[in-house]
Design a protein around this ligand. Structure first.
Ligand code: 6R9
Length: 571
């Protein structure tokens, strides 16, 4: 089976010789790029910001920020001082010390980045929360992690639970804040804060960031990453993002998701890059105009976004000058070959798919700038990473056999643990040192990996991972809902949409109004992206004899597929 591949686009690229590098590469050598190689003193924020402020990059723009009200830029020197100030505020008024959990729950803004870097400078563990989370989702995360401080805005304050004993301080970023014992005006304190700081040096294996993500069962789990991850953030930003000194880089992901931190904060800044951050909502016009206005050269986005742009048509593309683009990348869901072809047509650029996940902390399988792309494939394992397809006993399978996509333990950005749940952490690994991704795939004879699907029931909607169990739990909190089963239904733009099957309690009538009410209930309780787009009422849901909803059967009904073995189903 030979698939026509897209040739390499000429130019100067990092990782020009993949095969050779695979043979000779050792992660240990990357350590020499960091100051701690000689000093022994580690801190991600120092490596990402302060270090550059002491070099020729001092006056280089580190952050361009734009939304509908603001258009600002900050040099590395500015970033150093402003993150120092944020650290002094968090320390002085939030009593933050090494290891404390500091949650950041706000829309993208420069202050968000100052606060994240400031907290890291204190050795705190940052928990970034996507601004669309509603109270239930915020509560689960603050409670599980025992957060001491949250930095938020007056608009989002009502979604912050006030009854958590461990949550000592709430910093509000806004105007006209009324302070009390617990509520602190961030901006006012920030203005007067000292711009000098003694950084807290930590161990490479100390906590850095806590990203909550969904699995197929249970509440979202806290994936803890440590400072050591910088080794891989740095190296992949170089090889895969292919960042060069003069690049202007734009990652469209919000820091509430792992892409928005690993490659929206750490990777580009570790390399001393110029990072464009855009606030506000997606629209094709704004996105294309950002590329034109900033002269974006390297662009990291996601299939859903590309499909939305594709849906907006090719006429609108002609209104913008997109000629600055040099390198385009994608992550988060399968990148359809049509989208890759569309990218060739409208940008005259190949879209480079990359594969990894929250737990892996950094990219693993990628299409490097220097290799032929087979549209539909996620690419090859990066040097220093061993990926394979294994069966359920951990035995490697030959090319073209579909199985579990697994990674050999030992890459530097791998999660350190699951917060409060060592057992869950251990469940990721199988004999032979394999980490199980939860995805199924096959590998071809050239070592390219082809994504086939999730092994579990996790839903990927617009690139966001949603656990069906979380949505089901919220649904059954609604007084009308007796039982609920949730599946991902294939969708041409969003990849999948959330579809819920609901059995109502006696006395409730199955009306469209009730559907909408239930939808809103999930939206307000969890988050907009977790609310089912479709709800079907059923008298009864398929269950196992032990009472588990059989999502597999729901999916088969929905897609008109064979239901498979029903021997465990109750009558
Ligand atoms: C970084 C990120 C991880 C899951 C992963 C897989 C899916 C990610 C993909 C892809 C097909 C790709 N996924 N990249 N599927 N092709 N290039 O997305 O992290 O939110 O944890 O999602 O996303 O199913 O297991 P996260």
């Amino acid at each position: 089976m030979k698939i026509e591949s897209l040739p390499v686009i000429e130019g100067k690229h990092n990782l020009a010789n993949y095969e050779e590098t695979c043979k000779s590469f050792d992660w240990k050598d990357v350590e020499k790029e960091f100051s701690w190689h000689t000093t022994g003193l580690v801190n991600m924020a120092y490596e990402a910001v302060d270090r550059h402020a002491e070099t020729f990059r001092k006056n280089k723009v580190a952050l361009y920020y734009k939304d509908k009200n603001r258009n600002e830029k900050y040099t590395y020197k500015d970033m150093k001082e402003l993150s120092n100030k944020a650290a002094n505020v968090l320390k002085g008024y939030g009593d933050i010390e090494k290891g404390d959990r500091v949650f950041i729950f706000m829309p993208r803004s420069p202050e968000l980045y100052f606060a994240v870097l400031g907290a890291i400078k204190l050795g705190a563990i940052v928990g970034p929360l996507f601004e669309a989370f509603m109270e239930g989702a915020v509560r689960d995360r603050l409670e599980d992690s025992g957060a001491k401080v949250i930095v938020t805005t007056p608009e989002l304050l009502e979604r912050v639970p006030k009854d958590l004993p461990e949550l000592k301080y709430i910093f509000l970023v806004g105007d006209g804040i009324e302070e009390d014992d617990r509520t602190i005006d961030f901006k006012k304190k920030f203005e007067n804060a000292d711009k000098n700081l003694k950084i807290e040096w930590v161990d490479r294996q100390d906590g850095l960031i806590l990203h909550y993500t969904s699995g197929s069962t249970g509440k979202p789990k806290g994936v803890l990453h440590v400072h050591n991850a910088m080794i891989q953030h740095y190296q992949t930003a170089k090889w895969v993002l292919d960042l060069q000194e003069e690049d202007i880089y734009w990652c469209t992901a919000d820091p509430g998701w792992v892409t928005g931190t690993s490659y929206g904060i750490f990777g580009p800044w570790l390399l001393g890059g110029s990072n464009v951050i855009v606030g506000g909502r997606f629209s094709p016009e704004t996105w294309y105009s950002v590329i034109e206005e900033f002269g974006i050269t390297v662009w990291y986005s996601a299939p859903t976004a590309f499909r939305m742009l594709m849906g907006a048509g090719n006429e609108i593309v002609k209104k913008y000058d997109l000629s600055s683009l040099r390198h385009v990348l994608s992550v988060g869901e399968p990148l359809n070959p049509e989208v890759v072809k569309w990218g060739m047509k409208v940008f005259n650029k190949r879209i480079h798919d990359t594969y990894w996940m929250t737990e892996t902390g950094a990219q693993l399988i990628c299409n490097f700038p220097c290799m032929p792309i087979k549209p539909g494939s996620m690419g090859k394992a990066i040097p220093g990473v061993t990926a394979a397809i294994v069966d359920d006993r951990g035995e490697e399978l030959p090319p073209y056999r579909m199985g579990n996509l697994a990674i050999q333990k030992g890459w530097p950005a791998m999660m350190h643990t699951i917060w409060n749940n060592r057992e869950k952490y251990e469940s990721y690994f199988m004999p032979g040192g394999w980490y199980l991704t939860g995805d199924s795939a096959y590998m071809d004879e050239d070592g390219y990996f082809w994504f086939q699907g999730r092994v579990d029931d996790v839903i990927m909607t617009s690139g966001e991972r949603v656990g069906p169990f979380e949505v089901e739990s919220k649904l059954v909190e609604h007084p009308a809902v007796a039982e609920a089963g949730v599946i991902g239904k294939p969708d041409p733009v969003r990849g999948e949409i959330i579809k819920a099957f609901v059995a109502l309690r006696d006395g409730y009538e199955a009306t469209d109004e009730l559907k909408e009410e239930i939808r809103q209930f999930v939206k307000k309780g969890l988050a907009a992206h977790a609310a089912p787009r479709e709800i079907d009422f059923r008298d009864k849901l398929p269950k196992t004899r032990s009472g588990k909803i059989m999502r597999r059967v729901l999916k088969a009904w929905e897609l008109d597929l064979p239901t498979g073995d029903l021997s465990t189903m109750e009558d």
